[in-house]
Design a protein around this ligand. Structure first.
Ligand SMILES: [Zn+2]
Length: 517
């Protein structure tokens, strides 16, 4: 069927992150390639070149393989493009539509999507679905971000770095974001920290030395947003950062991930996972610290920073923050003489001589009691409010939901109708029933309408999902509150779920930020 013209074929193959998830190998480079080469062979075509984009999304067209293909088309080297299906070309409706409807015809290029049965030179009914398929691909891309999450864990299990910015001492390889390479300047600091620890210096001392020398902290490199939010001075090293570095196996070349996870979907707070849940893969990148040094250092690390290992567990541990400087507030060991324990601002404690903050000293047991009392009050208030609001809101919600669903159904019909119209004018143009100018004008108008409808469709869809998750979140919180109010001794788990943070000021004012209300 290709005999009447000599074709020089550009075989285009694309694989992106969004394909990782499908679980099947059907989209893999090798599979696309073998399918396409078989097609070429069966039809006696000549391949000019194979263009591959591995790891590029279909939502834009800035891909190296694809750009090379366009260049070869413009140089007249390629006059037929073959892909497995239309979504390999792109997942953006306007862009893909433009290619098929304008760019390819203008450059005398015949386009074939093998499994979609699309051939732009054939007068086949399959071609009519091309614009609609492009819309489907576009919608698919918008839904994809959700699916990417589950593939992250699979990558972690292969020892690939997926945590975004690299840990202090490393950077992501320019050619492979999932691979870590050493950041020389930071690695020098990591080595020094291990050396100082071997020499017997405490975490506090190491932190002080580095700060006084003006060594840049990890936070300064990354200038965390949350630190800005809480006005924390991130130019100073602290004991916790030192401890985190000294205990991280990433520095002996092992990939350690999945160390933290979210408490639940209501509470944004991130908690440490059990060590048995860590995903560890050995020897995935270059080590900064040799194993001997590392394990020697591990023996020197106390279980709790700067405190005796017999330390009691306080209900509010980890939730207390200094209202004045933003650093954490710790609880000191119980005094033998009067069996009391007191709070202290960590920043004050680390830089006592420099007087960077003040003591923030409170009798912890009293503080805990008054905070729990306040929490009880806040919970009771919330439940009352919730009861009243729920009665009103439930009715409103039901009405809204029904209306939204109706509108969605109408939108789906509209979108289908517009794409049918797009098909129709496309055929009209091919049959020269309308001029190129008319076609362009109508097409532009239809596309504009289509994008408005699509936007509204996405908006409504998100709304519906949001309402559902908002309701279930609230249910969880109410459960926590009920449990908390019925308990004589509140459990730490409940407290963590109900309180985001507690700020203590020098004048002893306390500000409780709860995760509800
Ligand atoms: Zn402070």
């Amino acid at each position: 069927m290709f005999l009447n013209k000599k074709y020089s074929v550009g075989v285009y193959i694309r694989l992106s992150r969004e394909d990782d998830d499908k679980g099947s190998m059907s989209e893999s480079i090798i599979n696309q390639k073998s399918l396409l080469l078989q097609y070429v062979k069966e039809n006696n075509l000549d391949v000019y070149d194979i263009y591959i984009d591995d790891g590029y999304s279909g939502t834009n067209f800035d891909r190296p393989g694809f750009n090379k293909l366009l260049k070869d088309i413009e140089l007249g080297r390629v006059n037929m493009v073959i892909t497995k299906d239309m979504s390999r070309l792109g997942r953006d409706y306007i862009g893909t539509g433009n290619l098929i409807e304008r760019y390819f015809p203008e450059n005398n290029v015949r386009y074939i999507a093998v499994t979609d049965n699309i051939d732009t030179f054939l007068d086949s009914s399959n071609n009519d679905i091309a614009p609609f398929k492009a819309i489907m691909n576009d919608m698919y891309a918008k839904d994809i971000s959700k699916k990417i999450k589950s593939s992250l864990r699979a990558k972690q299990k292969c020892g690939k770095w997926v945590g975004g910015r690299a840990p202090f001492g490393y950077r992501q390889d320019k050619n492979d974001k999932n691979y870590l390479v050493i950041n020389k300047n930071q690695a020098i600091v990591v080595k020094r920290i291990f050396d100082m620890c071997l020499k017997g210096l405490s975490f506090f001392k190491i932190a002080r030395i580095l700060t006084n020398e003006g060594v840049k902290t990890p936070a300064q490199y990354y200038s965390f947003l949350w630190k800005k939010k809480y006005n924390l001075k991130y130019g100073e090293w602290n004991a916790k950062t030192i401890r985190d570095i000294l205990t991280n196996r990433i520095y002996i070349g092992d990939m350690v991930q999945n160390k933290r996870s979210k408490v639940n979907y209501k509470v944004k707070k991130v908690v440490k996972n059990k060590e048995s849940d860590y995903i560890i893969v050995s020897n995935t990148h270059e080590a900064i610290i040799d194993k001997d040094t590392f394990y020697q250092v591990q023996k020197r690390i106390p279980k709790n920073v700067g405190r005796s290992t017999k330390k009691e567990n306080h209900l509010l541990d980890g939730l207390l923050y200094c209202g004045d400087c933003g650093h954490r507030i710790s609880v000191l060991a119980r005094r033998k003489k009067d069996n009391r324990c007191y709070t202290i601002c960590n920043y004050y404690r680390t830089y006592m001589k420099e007087k960077k903050c003040s003591t923030h000293s409170n009798n912890y047991d009293k503080l805990e009691k008054s905070i729990i009392n306040s929490l009880v009050e806040m919970c009771l208030k919330y439940i009352d409010k919730d009861k009243i609001e729920n009665n009103v809101l439930n009715n409103l919600d039901e009405v809204n939901k029904v209306n939204d669903k109706k509108e969605l159904e109408i939108l789906i019909t509209d979108i289908k109708q517009i794409s049918d119209n797009l098909d129709a004018i496309y055929i009209d143009k091919l049959n020269k029933r309308i001029t190129e100018d008319q076609f362009e004008r109508v097409k532009l108008k239809l596309e504009r309408e289509l994008s408005i409808k699509q936007k509204r469709y996405n908006e409504l869809n998100n709304n519906i999902n949001d309402t559902i998750s908002e309701q279930s979140k609230n249910k969880i919180i109410i459960e926590y509150i009920d449990k908390f109010l019925s308990m004589k001794e509140p459990s730490r788990e409940l407290i963590i779920n109900l309180i985001d943070r507690i700020e203590i000021f020098e004048d002893k004012t306390v500000n409780i930020k709860v995760s509800f209300g």
